[in-house]
Design a protein around this ligand. Structure first.
Ligand code: VG1
Ligand code: CO
Length: 542
């Protein structure tokens, strides 16, 4: 085994977005593309004598990329890499392994909820020793490094047998191949009342878990079917496939349509759930009732104490800015801290590390807690199950009860995909330019009270992140937020987040799109969406 230093040159565009570097798979497979970025990671975080975790969501190129990363880690002097068997690790399981083994961080190969395959998407991101996504300062340094890179190091060696659990040697580096599920399952058992869940399933509780042919399949089968006794076949699409079986592994009503159809049919089980490509997202559905992610966060925060891991109560609740304020109402009622961060899990890390927040969530089907430093799909599903087991009510009853107590934040997100970048930029430039003139204006009978582009100052380290989303606030508590996606690989995706509060007791069970109709019209009007982009209707509604 010999270390080769390969001459290379900067490749444009290696700038990590909301969650790591994501590109079309052929781009990632291009000459030096993966290598340049991985070398930039090692150059920034340091590699000599260090231990890292490595795994991915099993998408196309995951296996080969893992071998390249291992050879580069060895060549760069790393002491040890802990790899999930078959180079598989869900994102939350990777976060847990980083923390459990007190490693120096980890590399996760995933483009998460983006489709996978030879012509679809691939991605790489670095997580810090706390288990969480690298903060902006670090990803920016990696990007800067990619713009000046002249060489990378790689070991000349054969592939490591990643199918074989146990210790392997790669040059001077140890490669420990571990069961991707075992430690994660133990962590879940430490947080939730597994005996209570076992009796619930034994007493006939039925659920459907749709892993969308992505990474959570083996985790869900082991935990739900093998350990908790859910009926065989509860988990569907449970074998991770390189192209996710052609599915778009984004757990929302549009892409998890089969699950939605089943949950709204006569044969609906008591509870339905789905997760995304890398296992950090979740969608939960009751019988004939869809739970919006913002409501899910609020319900979980209000009921978390019913699970053993949270019996002492929560320190605080954090949500991303576009997420509805439903969780804030719970935090106020509990008398605990509430925090609003920019979009992306990396912003929760400091709050969790500092013990300021226990539960965090995003409107994009992400919820998690301080048990790891990523959002965690199965964790959210298990917490819901624990709550259902204790309260012995249906999802619909729990939601109704929640709204009766706190009022309801009607909420929806409208996505306009694959817009020409120049048009999207022009729309935002005009919108930003109009912000100062908006307060006082009346649209759809609602008075605008404030309008800005979120600038976030991290309460722990004081770092500032600018331009994190345009928000327009109304006197009646309604709100519109506009953002451009930072995870897409084609054109621009406009996300419009819509919210309206109903205090109750009447008017709590309207259809969300109907309740939001004036806010939706105002959103189109204020930003001139049709004029700028030619779009009059969204591609995906969640
Ligand atoms: C989206 C979501 C954001 C989430 C991110 C990563 O980002 O809006 O809330 O944290 O995806 O999720 P954007 O920039 O496209 O809006 V995952 O499950 O793809 O890692
Ligand atoms: Co994900």
């Amino acid at each position: 085994t010999q270390v080769t230093t390969v001459a290379t040159a900067p490749i444009a565009g290696q700038k990590p977005g909301t969650s790591g570097l994501r590109k079309k798979t052929p781009v990632f497979m291009g000459r030096h593309y993966l290598e340049n970025f991985v070398q930039a990671i090692f150059d920034v975080v340091g590699s000599a004598g260090k231990t890292f975790v490595l795994g991915g969501d099993g998408r196309y190129f995951n296996d080969r990329a893992a071998q390249v990363i291992l050879r580069m880690a060895a060549a760069n002097g790393a002491a040890r890499v802990i790899v999930g068997q078959g180079a598989i690790l869900s994102t939350p399981a990777a976060s847990h392994l980083i923390r459990l083994n007190k490693t120096d961080g980890g590399i996760i190969m995933s483009a998460s909820h983006n489709p996978g395959g030879p012509e679809e998407d691939f991605g790489v991101k670095f997580n810090m020793p706390n288990g969480g996504p690298a903060p902006e300062g670090v990803t920016e340094a990696m990007y800067q490094r990619t713009t000046t890179i002249t060489e990378y190091k790689v070991l000349e060696a054969q592939d490591v047998d990643l199918a074989a659990i146990g210790r392997h040697q790669l040059g001077g580096m140890i490669v420990d191949v571990v069961d991707p599920v075992a430690d994660y399952a133990t962590l879940m058992e430490s947080l939730f009342d597994f005996p209570a869940l076992r009796s619930m399933f034994a007493n006939g509780f039925r659920m459907r878990m749709d892993s969308m042919c992505a990474v959570t399949g083996p985790y869900a089968v082991e935990i739900l079917e093998n350990q908790l006794g859910a009926a065989k076949g509860t988990c569907v699409n449970a074998t991770p496939l390189p192209d996710f079986g052609g599915m778009h592994p984004d757990p929302n009503p549009t892409w998890a349509k089969a699950l939605m159809d089943e949950m709204f049919s006569d044969a609906a089980p008591d509870f339905g759930a789905a997760s995304d490509g890398d296992g950090d997202r979740n969608m939960v559905v009751g019988r004939e009732v869809y739970v919006s992610p913002s409501d899910s966060l609020a319900v979980l925060a209000a009921n978390a104490h019913l699970a053993p891991g949270y019996a002492k109560g929560l320190k605080g609740v954090a949500r991303s800015m576009p997420t509805s304020a439903a969780a804030d109402r719970v935090a106020d009622a509990l008398g605990i801290g509430k925090y609003e961060t920019p979009t992306g899990w990396k912003f929760f890390g400091n709050l969790l590390d500092a013990g300021m927040a226990t539960i965090c969530g995003e409107e994009s089907f992400g919820t998690g807690s301080d048990h790891v430093r990523e959002k965690d799909g199965l964790w959210a599903i298990l917490l819901w199950l624990n709550i259902l087991a204790v309260r012995k009510q249906s999802v619909a009853e729990i939601l109704k009860d929640h709204w009766a107590t706190y009022g309801r934040n009607y909420y929806s997100r409208h996505d306009f995909e694959a817009i020409e970048v120049a048009k999207a930029d022009a729309m935002f430039a005009a919108l930003r330019g109009s912000l100062a003139t908006l307060p006082g204006r009346v649209v759809e009978g609602m008075t605008i009270t404030a309008a800005d582009d979120l600038a976030y100052t991290d309460p722990v380290d004081g770092s500032v992140s600018q331009k994190q989303g345009v928000r327009v606030m109304f006197g009646d508590g309604s709100r519109i937020v506009y953002r451009l996606s930072g995870t897409g690989t084609e054109g621009a995706t406009l996300r419009v987040y819509l919210e309206r509060y109903a205090a109750g007791p009447s008017g709590l069970d309207l259809d969300a799109q109907e309740a939001l109709a004036p806010v939706i019209r105002a959103a189109h009007d204020l930003a001139g969406i049709a004029a700028h982009t030619g779009r009059t209707a969204p591609d995906v509604v969640t």
